[in-house]
Design a protein around this ligand. Structure first.
Ligand SMILES: Nc1ncnc2c1ncn2[C@@H]1O[C@H](COP(=O)(O)OP(=O)(O)OP(=O)(O)O)[C@@H](O)[C@H]1O
Length: 274
């Protein structure tokens, strides 16, 4: 059980009139793959500055929902609003450019490249100078690179991975690879960070470290986070609000305490027939 209690302070995201700001909303979204209905008529929102957990049994539709949010899948029905604008059909790199970054269930890094270079690759969307200048490595491109490297070094310090900055990530223990992947997503300086099972396959100590980084990222950097997580202890400690899916449908939405007390949620986790 993780012991930190790190609920983000939603007040930081409040407007002067005390109203919290909605960062993203998903309205009546449905997604199917041929005959498989992965998501059915799901609506929920993510407020600016919060940690929002998405939970549910295996196959409930959690990853599909994350893939809809970051533009990897296009729902057959429903509407997504991000930062107050209805989003057009967009590809993952366009979603990333608009301020949505994500990590994956299985680590997706450049295994032969160093920690530093992997995190640096997260800056590519922020590089403005063209290929010509980058190759010459002079003038504006050089200044820009120095700026990006400084930011990357700050992230490396924040994640306490200075000792592995030159090591190829493929040789690192799994827990550290997950941390590098978080670093690469942080390098994009997203408004919304989507984390797909950030603690999967980690031991208790690694989970505690990762929880601490997520809390600090949320509170210190103000990054809004949506995460899929199976460990209820982690969800209880990290999340401000939780949306619960089962068989592609939303069955509960509320604070961790509220959803844990929901009979429908208890039944879903115990596998009670519908
Ligand atoms: N690309 C795909 N093609 C066909 N079916 C898919 C595809 N992706 C997901 N599905 C199906 O959609 C449903 C939801 O899958 P999804 O991976 O979103 O669930 P999940 O809640 O993330 O599961 P898990 O906790 O096991 O990762 C499942 O029935 C799955 O088999």
């Amino acid at each position: 059980m993780i012991t930190q209690t790190g609920h983000s302070d939603l007040q930081t995201a409040e407007q002067p009139d005390g109203q919290a700001t909605e960062l993203l909303s998903v309205a009546n979204v449905s997604l199917s793959f041929g005959g498989v209905q992965a998501i059915t008529d799901i609506s929920f929102n993510i407020m600016k500055g919060e940690v929002r957990a998405i939970i549910g049994p295996n196959g409930a539709g959690k990853t599909s929902l994350l893939n809809v949010i970051n533009g990897f899948y296009h729902p057959q029905e429903g509407v997504i609003n991000f930062r107050g604008k209805q989003r057009r059909r967009m590809k993952p790199y366009q979603a990333a450019a608009s301020g949505i970054a994500r990590t994956f269930q299985n680590v997706a890094l450049f295994k032969g490249m160093s920690t530093l270079d992997n995190i640096m690759s997260g800056r590519s969307l922020k590089m403005h100078r063209g290929f010509f200048w980058q190759v010459l490595h002079v003038g504006p491109a050089r200044n820009e690179e120095i700026r990006h490297r400084k930011r990357v070094e700050e992230i490396i310090d924040f994640l306490e991975i200075a000792h592995i900055r030159k090591q190829p990530v493929g040789r690192l223990p799994y827990g550290l690879q997950k941390r590098v992947e978080l670093g690469r997503a942080m390098a994009m300086e997203p408004d919304l960070l989507l984390l797909d099972e950030p603690m999967a396959g980690m031991n208790l100590e690694e989970k505690e470290d990762m929880s601490r980084f997520i809390i600090d990222l949320n509170t210190e950097f103000g990054t809004t986070i949506a995460l899929i997580e199976h460990d209820m202890g982690v969800v209880m400690d990290l999340a401000d609000r939780v949306v619960v899916l089962d068989y592609g449908k939303k069955i509960a939405d509320g604070t961790p305490t509220e959803v844990q007390a929901s009979q429908e949620v208890i039944d879903a986790y115990l596998g009670v027939a519908h």
